[in-house]
Design a protein around this ligand. Structure first.
Ligand SMILES: [Zn+2]
Ligand SMILES: [Zn+2]
Ligand SMILES: [Zn+2]
Length: 160
């Protein structure tokens, strides 16, 4: 994690920003919760544990700055809440998300997978792709397994 913080520090530095203690605390929280997709408020509550003097506005501004610098991606899973997602190390584009419509779980696909699609779009629409947001909505493997066992129950079958 230290290495990743140093790397982000460098990125900020090249863009002539400083990694202030508030910014560092925010980045730490994002790193510690890399698997989660936290809202600004979630980040704020966690940063507050490290830096009690910090305000929501500061956290919000920091997240927006990190987003502008493409260190963090701002995503929305359709629930009206903006979430902040740390970009994977060395990734040029945002990773993809699988959102389960039953349990709400979110998993990530780190591999871009879109090479062919991107090439086609760039050629046919003469459009230079900088990034993309791809969210799949469906039923996660755990929910599918649970459904599978339920479907075998005769009473449930009869009810349908
Ligand atoms: Zn993600
Ligand atoms: Zn891509
Ligand atoms: Zn699920």
């Amino acid at each position: 994690m230290k290495a990743r913080i140093d790397q982000i520090k460098n990125e900020l530095h090249t863009q002539s920003y400083k990694l202030t203690p508030q910014r560092e605390a925010t980045v730490e929280v994002l790193l510690e919760n890399e698997e989660d997709h936290l809202s600004a408020e979630d980040v704020y509550l966690l940063v507050k544990e490290k830096a009690p003097e910090i305000g929501l506005a500061t956290v919000y501004r920091t997240l927006e700055l990190l987003n502008e610098l493409e260190i963090v991606d701002k995503i929305n899973f359709g629930d009206g809440v903006s979430r902040y997602d740390l970009r994977k190390e060395g990734a040029n584009h945002s990773h993809h998300h699988l959102v389960c419509i039953q349990c709400g779980s979110v998993s990530e696909i780190e591999e871009d997978l879109l090479g062919d699609v991107e090439r086609k779009v760039e050629e046919e629409w003469i459009f230079k792709i900088k990034d993309h947001r791809l969210t799949f909505h469906g039923i996660c493997s755990r929910c599918q397994t649970e459904q599978g066992t339920e479907a075998e129950t005769p009473s449930l079958k009869a009810a349908r």
